[in-house]
Write a protein that binds this ligand. Structure first.
Ligand SMILES: [Fe+2]
Length: 360
């Protein structure tokens, strides 16, 4: 392994059932910064959940936004949120994202854009951000993406679907409360959880695999097996396992890389707006030639949990659509390098990528 990264971790982690109830206390010392108010970005699924709304520690002067997670975060959306809040109230003390990967990434990206001038489009990539953002906190209410621990906030821009990736993207605080994921609809619960399963598989089945990645991956895989093959969804321990598996699966990537499934998934996301987690499932289901027994195991989990993975999609895709997705996927060399080694161009061309899409 020759992969020297110098990775920034989440500064503070509050874990446990009921830990969401600690949020007011956690925010208190942060409120002295800047103009002294907090911004909450919350999945609008909670907009009519009165019991949950009451528990969000909104103080006078704070800003609370309920945002739809129907679309994944866009550069224009982040810029507009930042301009609106800065224009009306000035610089917030902090921002808290409550929801899935979308809400957490919105909070992470907005945190950076509050202090970096211009459009977020110009910062899509690695280490392009110039200044640290404001204090930011992620609170997952659905588990699997690992957004709570990752150093990227994935945004879809006019040209690229690419993250704002730097040390300052990493959260200052996360709150992991397994009670919050108990009510997630079954399909979402499955697709999102599979993101961490696939992170873990990809992290340890490529040229950049190493002991650090394996330690987190193997534990996350074991926890996924508990959740999706052995336990009942209603077993409260399942939520605890899944929440920690998401965190571990995210960490498995810190010294490794995602692979073929994520590359194909980015094509599905960018060209057809298919959400990351379901796109992963659609792709992984057809990757037996690459991920062998893991794909078999995945199919077993699908069956055991009685969920549906969309099939036969490719028959409705034009050649142009398949070309466009293959182009997006092909242009992710770090993923191919990990999956097939530095000579990946010898074993992979656009035709092979298109072949995978045609199976979906
Ligand atoms: Fe992912």
């Amino acid at each position: 392994m020759n992969l020297f990264r110098n990775f920034k971790s989440v500064t503070k982690t509050c874990y446990g059932r009921g830990s969401f109830g600690k949020l007011d206390e956690i925010l208190a010392p942060q409120r002295a910064a800047n103009k002294g108010f907090m911004v909450f970005v919350v999945d609008d699924w909670f907009a009519d959940k009165a019991d949950f709304k009451k528990r969000i520690p909104v103080h006078e002067g704070d800003e609370l936004f309920f945002i739809s997670a129907k679309d994944e975060p866009k550069t224009s959306q982040i810029d507009a949120l930042r301009d609106d809040v800065l224009g009306r109230k000035g610089l917030p003390a902090g921002i808290i994202g409550i929801g899935g990967g979308t809400m957490m990434d919105i909070a992470k990206a907005a945190s950076l854009m509050f202090t970096n001038e211009g459009s977020s489009v110009q910062y899509q990539g690695l280490n392009l951000i110039k200044k640290p953002g404001i204090w930011h906190c992620a609170i997952p209410t659905i588990s699997g993406t690992g957004a709570e621990v990752s150093m990227t906030a994935v945004l879809t821009g006019p040209v690229k679907k690419l993250g704002l990736k730097c040390d300052w993207t990493v959260c200052d605080q996360i709150v992991l409360d397994p009670d919050l994921i108990a009510t997630v609809p079954q399909d979402q619960w499955f697709y999102t959880g599979m993101d961490t399963y696939i992170h873990s598989v990809e992290a340890i089945t490529g040229t950049k695999k190493n002991t650090f990645a394996e330690a987190y991956s193997e534990k996350a895989l074991e926890m996924c097996r508990e959740v999706y093959l052995r336990r009942d969804r209603k077993d409260p321990k399942s939520d605890e396992l899944l929440m920690v598996a998401s965190y571990m699966g995210g960490l498995s990537l810190t010294y490794s890389e995602v692979g073929v499934c994520h590359a194909l998934s980015y094509g599905l996301g960018k060209v057809l707006d298919i959400h990351h987690c379901i796109a992963n499932c659609i792709a992984f289901d057809k990757l037996e030639d690459v991920y062998g027994e893991y794909v078999q195991e995945f199919k077993g989990m699908v069956k055991h949990n009685n969920v549906h993975i969309p099939q036969g999609l490719a028959k409705d895709w034009s050649e142009e659509t398949i070309d466009a997705m293959a182009e997006v996927a092909y242009n992710l060399p770090h993923m191919w390098d990990h999956a097939f080694g530095p000579e990946w161009e010898k074993v992979l061309d656009r035709e092979r990528i298109k072949g995978w899409y045609r199976r979906m």
